[in-house]
Design a binder for this molecule. Sequence first.
Ligand SMILES: NC(=O)c1ccc[n+]([C@@H]2O[C@H](COP(=O)([O-])OP(=O)(O)OC[C@H]3O[C@@H](n4cnc5c(N)ncnc54)[C@H](O)[C@@H]3O)[C@@H](O)[C@H]2O)c1
Length: 258
Amino acid sequence: MTVIESKEPARRVAVVTGAARGIGLAIGARLAADGFSIALWDRDARQLAQAAQALRDHGATVLDVAVDITGRAQVVRALAQSTEALGTPTALVNNAAILGRHGPTAEASMGEWKRVFDVNVFGALQCAQALVPAMVKQGYGRVVNVASIAGKEGNPFAGAYAASKAALISMTKSLGKELAEAGVLVNCITPSAADTDIFGAYDESQRAQLRARLLERVPMKRFVRVEEVAEMAAWLCSARCSFSTGAVFDISGGRAVY
Ligand SMILES: NC(=O)c1ccc[n+]([C@@H]2O[C@H](COP(=O)([O-])OP(=O)(O)OC[C@H]3O[C@@H](n4cnc5c(N)ncnc54)[C@H](O)[C@@H]3O)[C@@H](O)[C@H]2O)c1
């Protein structure tokens, strides 16, 4: 039997989407600390520029690219810019997502579900489709999809979000199996709640209800810290992760035992 060992290129380059704030920014910072050159992608150009500058001030090699991942041409352009500035990406972190409106699933509009799926599923797929071919060509790559425990368990009043994360988990499994012999490992992580701006679309009382409900179900009784999610993502982006693909990594303070 011939065993193909996939070798990490000397120059490590990561693309992190939704990296202007929250979990994406923490992952970008963690990967920069690990020696990656980082392309931070986000549609919020102003916040992104500030985030990128803060990392540069700490000595990181960072490119900020304003891009809406729902636009195919924008993703292609963002990749061309990132590759020209930093080199071929060795890692992709599909982190950008939206929560969608809080409300009963039985009454949700198709338009709202499509809006959520456009970012959380098709945006992530589009980024993978853009970056994976070059990873396959170089015989090495890591894709990390930031899903959610909502994708395993469903969240009341966030039906589109939960379903989109279930789709992302499934996409991870399919792509992971397809690329298993190509040196490109594809995994996802399923955090429980982190205290970030993602809940900004909810009003105060919806946020309070959600926090209480979410924390009550976490045995550790706290939010996950963005740095904790970044730590797991960093391992999955590295060559230290070498025999896991198509897998779902739990980070839920004991909430999910599967
Ligand atoms: N915060 C949580 O409780 C939690 C729990 C589990 C999983 N997650 C997941 O973690 C990831 C990050 O979440 P967060 O809490 O840091 O969210 P956040 O809202 O703080 O950050 C998300 C970022 O994505 C960007 N973004 C949204 N749509 C985009 C698009 N179309 N193109 C480019 N950028 C876009 C936003 O501008 C924002 O900067 C998401 O995938 C989310 O589903 C979050």
